[in-house]
Design a protein around this ligand. Structure first.
Ligand SMILES: NC(=O)c1ccc[n+]([C@@H]2O[C@H](COP(=O)([O-])OP(=O)(O)OC[C@H]3O[C@@H](n4cnc5c(N)ncnc54)[C@H](OP(=O)(O)O)[C@@H]3O)[C@@H](O)[C@H]2O)c1
Length: 248
């Protein structure tokens, strides 16, 4: 089968098409004929060699796959050959391949109405957004939520979920073109942080009250400044450091 391999740490040019033997599922695994592989920020960090304890090259990247099951281990009961599924690939490797081995516990059926290339965004980006908003962020209807990097993968998922939950949604991004996309997804208040301080914008838009919840996948100064945009008893969920600046 064909795979995409990271030959050494570096820029996208280190990604190489290679041939590997098709994997055989063990008794408790599924094999998916992959139609779509998710491309995540963590894949990029792995490739650059900046992810703590990331895989050593050469390796095949890929945290999530969507496709059709073409082989099942002999103790698997929940799935059968032909099921359309999406799955989180444990360890974050081997998803950029024509066939991938996955665990049933990390696999979900995909309804026929959902294209596989859209379903593949669910395991990491939508589940992260869902957990940040509802498990850790305790979002309620009418809460005001600020979503940083709103045009990114987790951000676009969070905008849609927060909107669906009846929250008032504020989003930041670096360009007006990104904010047009964010607005189309249902963001009520779009802030271009290159043109205006997001702290000033939130203060202005909330009459000085601040927001109830902030999702921060950027880190560094964004994290620290976010504390100035929170309402009393507000919650800040820090789930990533896209800026590369860790929060100390
Ligand atoms: N904890 C978890 O389980 C989990 C799960 C998924 C993702 N994450 C983390 O969450 C963060 C966002 O993930 P994502 O999938 O949404 O990423 P993404 O789609 O690549 O979006 C990241 C956004 O961050 C902003 N950004 C600010 N500074 C940046 C910089 N120096 N380099 C690149 N982007 C920068 C950019 O938006 P602007 O141009 O608008 O600033 C960019 O669009 C990453 O750190 C990722 O590793 C964590």
């Amino acid at each position: 089968m064909k795979v995409i391999e990271v030959s050494k740490h570096g820029s996208p040019s280190v990604l190489q098409v290679r041939t590997r033997e098709q994997p055989t599922p063990s008794h408790d695994e599924l094999r998916i004929s992959v139609r779509a592989s998710g491309v995540n920020f963590a894949d990029v960090m792995h490739r650059r060699g900046t992810y703590p304890d990331g895989p050593a090259p050469p390796y095949v990247p890929g945290f999530e796959v969507a496709g059709v099951i073409d082989s099942v281990g002999n103790t698997v009961e929940q799935f059968e050959v032909g099921d359309r599924v999406v799955s989180y690939v444990v360890g974050g490797t081997d998803g950029y391949a024509e066939y991938a081995l996955v665990k049933p516990s990390h696999t979900f059926r995909v309804p026929d109405s959902l294209p596989l290339c859209e379903a593949v965004a669910v395991p990491i980006q939508f589940l992260t957004a869902h957990n940040c908003l509802f498990e850790w962020g305790n979002l309620s209807t009418n809460d005001r939520v600020l979503i940083h990097a709103a045009a990114g993968g987790v951000g676009t998922a969070a905008i849609q979920l927060a909107r669906e939950a009846g929250a008032v949604v504020f989003g930041t991004a670096s360009t007006d073109a990104k904010l047009d996309r964010v607005r189309a997804l249902g963001c009520d208040h779009c802030i271009n942080y290159e043109k205006t301080s997001f702290v000033d914008a939130i203060n202005h838009l909330t009459d000085g009250d601040g927001v109830d919840l902030i999702l921060d996948g950027v880190g560094g100064s964004v994290h620290h400044n976010s504390l100035k945009a929170l309402a009393s008893f507000g919650r800040l969920v820090a789930y990533g450091v896209a800026s590369g600046e860790r929060v100390s």
